[in-house]
Design a protein around this ligand. Structure first.
Ligand SMILES: Nc1ncnc2c1ncn2[C@@H]1O[C@H](COP(=O)(O)OP(=O)(O)OP(=O)(O)O)[C@@H](O)[C@H]1O
Ligand SMILES: [Mg+2]
Length: 439
């Protein structure tokens, strides 16, 4: 201790210094704590910013944030990519500068929506990009500050060029499919017509050759009769006439004339009936429902398909006459032609080629059961045979429409068409139709 200092004053001064130093220590410690807290907050903020920047950068949609005057404040990477390198950075532009004159939505429209407190939903904008005009579908909303005041607008857009392209590709594919379907339906119609024509031609061939043959016979007869009458007119004597009569077989000729004419008439009538049948089957009067005989219809379908394609086929026909159903006979004839055609196709390469057709009359309906000796319907395709365009036949032989069209026709008649396999092999098709009301 120095000689000049008052010990009391010196002690007070020391105490004050210690208090100051303590206070400084405390303040410093507080500063350090605050610094640590600040650094932690900074780190968290940086992390949050990096996260937001990462999200914005990985967004494939274009994001533009602007103030209420349309001045751009921030954009994401997708926007920078779309708009490309520019003289001025995007944040120096206004949204309106990025829009083409032809844009269906203007920035004024956006502002009007904002004023009405509406969101922008799927509005089409046309942006001026590095690659020219780009249609973009935009959604947007107002951006608020921390005190809830509206301060700007956020717009998010997705180029619709790709969507449009995908849509137009889809529409084009659909159109191609429709055309292919129409063509197939058309070729199915042509194929049925071809089968019908082959059947009809075969049916007509018989009576026509009958008429033709008889006409030739009559021509021969007329030659003989003319020669005989010439002799009569020339005044030939009885002996000469008797000889001529025997030579020209005048008696046989006279006896045969009637039969020959009857044959011709029968042939002509058959031709007339076939034509009448054909007229009836081809008449497409949807609304006209009539009572018809299923037995006659199936017999005709069987004749027309088998006679032209497989005359040697064995058929068992057990259908009672007068199996009357109601509907459109032309359409049901088409169904029966399809069923018989399928059966004929199925037995084509089989050692036994037999078709069994059975008819049954129920209380309210009539039923036709068509069984063939083909391979039957494989279980893996049984659920698909009524699908349009399902076929197991080679191209050009089947379109796969036969059963689907038949199914629809039968349904429209209020009937049913089903397929099964016979326990002894071969397919069994069952057609049920509403029976005609008994008078
Ligand atoms: N009687 C049958 N026996 C065996 N398989 C059959 C029989 N009937 C139909 N099918 C099967 O069902 C498929 C579909 O028949 P569908 O009549 O709809 O078409 P398609 O006969 O192939 O062609 P389309 O009738 O248009 O000429 C046939 O390809 C065949 O595989
Ligand atoms: Mg068929």
């Amino acid at each position: 201790m120095s000689a000049g200092r008052d010990p009391v004053i010196a002690a007070e001064a020391d105490g004050a210094w210690i208090a100051v130093i303590q206070k400084m220590d405390e303040t410093y410690a507080e500063l350090v704590t605050q610094q640590v807290a600040l650094e932690e907050k900074n780190a968290a903020l940086e992390e949050a910013q990096a996260f937001i920047a990462g999200v914005m950068a990985s967004m494939t949609d274009v994001l533009i944030a602007c103030d209420l005057n349309g001045r751009i404040e921030q954009v994401n990477l997708a926007a920078e990519r779309i708009f490309g390198p520019r003289q001025r950075s995007l944040t120096e532009c206004r949204v309106a500068d990025l829009l083409a004159d032809s844009s269906p939505t203007s920035f004024a429209d956006v502002l009007a929506a904002v004023e009405r407190r509406q969101r922008i939903t799927d509005r089409e904008f046309t942006f001026l990009t590095a690659d020219g005009e780009l249609p973009v579908s935009v959604n947007g909303a107002v951006r608020f500050d921390s005190r809830g005041r509206s301060v700007g607008i956020v717009l998010v857009g997705r180029p619709i060029g790709e969507l449009r392209q995908a849509y137009s590709d889809l529409a084009a594919a659909h159109e191609r499919l429709k055309q292919a379907q129409q063509q197939l339906v058309h070729s199915e119609k042509m194929a049925s017509l071809g089968r019908l024509v082959a059947g009809v031609a075969h049916e007509l061939n018989n009576p026509i050759s009958f008429v033709y043959g008889n006409a030739h016979t009559l021509k021969r007869y007329s030659g003989r009769l003319t020669a005989y009458l010439d002799a009569v007119h020339r005044g030939a004597d009885d002996t000469r006439l008797a000889k001529l009569r025997a030579e020209l077989k005048i008696d046989t000729t006279l006896a045969n004339i009637e039969g020959t004419l009857d044959g011709m008439l029968e042939g002509a009538e058959r031709v007339r009936d076939i034509v009448a049948d054909l007229r009836r089957f081809s008449a497409d009067r949807r609304e006209a429902r009539e009572t018809f005989d299923l037995a006659a219809l199936v017999r005709s379908a069987l004749d027309w398909v088998t006679k032209a394609q497989m005359p040697e086929i064995e058929t068992r026909f057990d259908v009672p006459e007068g199996l009357h159903a109601v509907g459109h006979p032309g359409h049901i004839h088409q169904v029966l032609m399809n069923l018989v055609q399928n059966a004929v196709d199925a037995i084509e390469c089989q050692p036994t080629r037999r078709l069994e057709i059975e008819g049954r009359r129920g209380e309210d309906d009539v039923m036709l059961i068509i069984r063939d000796t083909g391979p039957g319907i494989a279980p893996e395709i049984s659920s698909r045979i009524f699908d349009p365009f399902f076929t197991t036949k080679p191209v050009g032989k089947g379109t796969g429409l036969g059963l689907s069209i038949s199914y629809r026709i039968v349904q429209e008649h209020g009937g049913a068409l089903s397929a099964a396999n016979h326990p002894q092999g071969g397919a069994v098709m069952t057609l049920t139709l509403p029976a005609a009301q008994k008078d």
